[in-house]
Design a protein around this ligand. Sequence first.
Ligand code: ATP
Length: 399
Amino acid sequence: MRIGVLGGTFDPVHLGHLSMAEEARIQLGLERVLFLPAGRPWLKEEQPLTAVQHRVNMVRLAVDNNPHFEVCLEEIDRPGPTYTVDTLEQLTKGLDSTGSLYFILGLDAMEQFHRWKEPGRVVELCHLVVVARPLHQRFEWPAFFTQYPRAAGRVTVLSTPLNPISGTEIRRRAADGISLRYQVPEAVAEYIEEHELFKSADADGVWATGSGQDNGSRLLQVALERGALKYGEFTLVSGKKSSYYFDGRLLSLDPEGAHLIARAMLPILREAGAEAVGGLTLGADPMVAGIALASHLGGGPIPGFIVRKEAKAHGTRQGIEGPLEPGCSVAIIDDVCTSGGSLFQAIAAAEAAGCTVVKVLAILDRREGGSEEIRRLGYDFVALLQATPEGKIEVCRTP
Ligand code: ATP
């Protein structure tokens, strides 16, 4: 009896997993395929994982209508980090004399094989069924077989079309509110929606720190870490005293800062129906570019545009650079809103180009009159961070 085992974090389980399991079952004549959710895989220790109960529930929903598939909780019930070799030892004990195990894995996982616990023992305990992925198609097989001679005759590379679906991409899509249709089974998509999974940065796995912070808190922390936000006694250009100093460029030009800003602003822009995003050079420039790039990566493009401080004295005399379609709905952004001067200038330029301003956004609202004035004039203004009356910077919880 041939039994397939597909181990994974399943955060969440997706159609890539199901199709590779079905393909392995057909090509190798497997009687059953066990879906084995990992408790805490030691190779993904840095990645924040969704609660195990949710991951297991989703796998249950996914395998429900295939009589050859089942969920195996072997790794969940074991405390501490999980190692495939221990799982295979356990599963082997339950086999009769004719039974053999076929461990199904992607080529990306195979690249890590030498780091697994007791890889030599793993190839004794099971056959390996390997599936290539779009970014993982090559493997040094001669070196592998030299290192693990017992694997000879016990490895099958499945011949199946490449499937680009990944858990990482699904979490990113869910966080950005993009449809998961045709990526996960319908029941799993409904489960994700119902339980609001992958909405926050900690479940998302994108934040390199794995700090468990939400997007806004992380943005504030990065601002402090990078020196974009400093507390102390400062004299502003206007001559006014301030208990803090904020340099938006140190945040918007920082790789993680740029990412966090784009991730925070993009859903707000989409909800407002903005078809383009722009602002006054120079503060808005990196933010505009970051948002345009992020929009391309998921959910439909939002092109950027730049408003010059002064219209060009020659040539087309245009005050706006970039692919702005006249008459479209736009969002106007800036790093800081103090009196709102730069935002007003960009709003005026966009309106002069025949656009409708549907949202006005800043990273930091200093609460010094600008945002109130923008709102008073009927624009929908939001900020990611704001100054409190005591001169501290806090995250706007409902931007
Ligand atoms: P993440 O993006 O979170 O790392 P993942 O999509 O790789 O998630 P896992 O649950 O860790 O999902 O994957 C379980 C196993 O399935 C791994 O061996 C992985 O290589 C493989 N796998 C996942 N998606 C695919 C795919 N689209 N094609 C081939 N193999 C895949």
